[in-house]
Design a binder for this molecule. Structure first.
Ligand code: PLP
Length: 397
């Protein structure tokens, strides 16, 4: 069998292409961050990462259109070549100012921000200590680095401490990587304890705030702000693809990131952010800074859905984020449930291993500041149908 035959043999695929599969299914969105059409059915979108609903904010759209007209559709080059425009530098300065930190770098995606930063920081002679449920971009950064790699038990400061102690003096060659909110189950880390353990061992710390930027903290600076650990964290990474409503990624730090520019391969070898994305992101950042009401609305929506799901017997966890994940116990009826929810007007993510942690199947519902009270009612009604029809298929972790 040739390589092509092996790669494209349906028996070797990790999933079977199936007309009922959620993978890559088109979601038609037009005119609203919360409404779309899936399988020809009108649905409330509650499976996006559009936490603040900014994808349709007229100010972001106008800024992007204006940048398109003035600067064109793409930069066609890496930041180190022709791809640094004044606006990239302004966005970086604004991100740094938002955190009160001197240094900021932007990347073309959040995935690349983690890949580039972690690979460059870890290097082939460093040690990376990752929470076991970190995102794939973090693990891929470790692979690209070729660093010595350890994972500690998810959200477990004692396990982190034990593993750092085993490293002895080499603990000070270690970068500990954490997230502000874990994307699949929506749980927060015990960040103060984890940072204290890492610092006590002499390790440095990077926190990926992909899902917590704009969501946690009084000013929206994420988990580092909420847990009061901004001084204990060396690097914060994040993405523009969630609460900022575009695509792109960043790292901010009090350390001089200038040295990393030539080491972070995704920064060096990939075209920079397009002018339209830079412009809409700068506007979205201003909105996040000036309008904390958006965050309050997001949390009110999250609490309503979380409480309703708890009353319906679908959840037993605390509400720690705008992500409400219901765990399914049986793979056999997962697709029926997911399609049933669409038929009841609700789109959520059906997440299976290896994307979900453990071996769980998750119905991942994520809330948005733009969901209206009626839409929240609609989300709850669809979950009521789920609890009535498939209550016995729900697992409590
Ligand atoms: C925790 C985490 N980090 C990084 C990323 C990558 O972000 P992006 O989609 O901007 O590449 C994601 C994306 O889902 C994520 O969940």
């Amino acid at each position: 069998m040739s390589l092509i035959e092996r790669r494209f043999d349906p028996d070797n695929l990790p999933w079977q292409p199936d007309e009922r599969s959620p993978l890559g299914r088109p979601v038609t969105v037009s005119g609203s961050p919360t409404r779309g059409v899936v399988n020809g059915k009108p649905v409330i979108l509650a499976g996006t990462n559009n936490y603040l609903g900014l994808t349709y904010d007229p100010r972001c759209i106008e800024a992007a259109i204006d940048a398109l007209r003035r600067h064109g559709t793409g930069t066609t080059g890496s930041r180190l070549a022709n791809g640094t425009y004044t606006e990239h530098l302004l966005l970086e300065a604004e991100l740094g100012a938002f955190y009160g930190l001197e240094y900021a770098l932007t990347f073309t995606t959040g995935y690349q921000a983690n890949l580039g930063m972690i690979a460059a920081l870890g290097g082939s002679d460093g040690i990376l200590m990752l929470d076991g449920e970190c995102h794939a971009s973090i693990f891929d950064g470790a692979r690209l680095a070729g660093s010595q790699l350890y994972r500690f038990r998810h959200n477990d400061p004692a396990d982190l401490g034990k593993r750092l102690r085993r490293l002895g003096e080499r603990a000070s060659d270690t970068l500990v990587v954490l997230e502000g909110i874990y994307s699949m189950r929506g749980d927060q880390p015990p960040l103060a304890e984890l940072c204290a353990v890492a610092r006590a061992a002499g390790a440095c710390v990077l926190v990926d705030e992909a899902h917590s930027f704009g969501v946690l903290g009084r000013h929206g600076r994420g988990a580092v702000e909420q847990f009061g650990v901004e001084d204990l964290v060396d690097f914060v990474t994040g993405t523009f693809s969630k609460s900022l409503g575009a695509t792109g990624g960043f790292c901010v730090s009090r350390h001089n990131l200038g040295y990393l520019v030539v080491l972070a391969r995704p920064y060096v070898f990939s075209a920079s952010l397009t002018p339209a994305v830079v412009a809409s992101t700068r506007t979205a950042l201003t909105i996040i800074r000036r309008e904390p009401a958006l965050r309050e609305r997001l949390w009110a929506n999250a609490h309503r859905v979380h409480e309703a799901c708890t009353e319906l017997g679908l959840l037993r966890t605390r509400c720690e984020s705008p992500i409400v994940s219901v765990v399914l116990s049986r793979p056999e009826n997962a697709l029926d449930i997911w399609h049933g929810l669409i038929d009841h007007g609700l789109y959520v993510n059906l997440v299976a291993p290896p994307v979900s942690p453990g071996n769980y199947l998750l119905l991942r519902c994520s809330l948005c500041a733009a969901h209206t009270d009626q839409e929240i009612d609609g989300i709850i009604e669809a979950f009521r149908w789920l609890a009535g029809e498939y209550g016995e298929s729900i697992l409590h972790l």
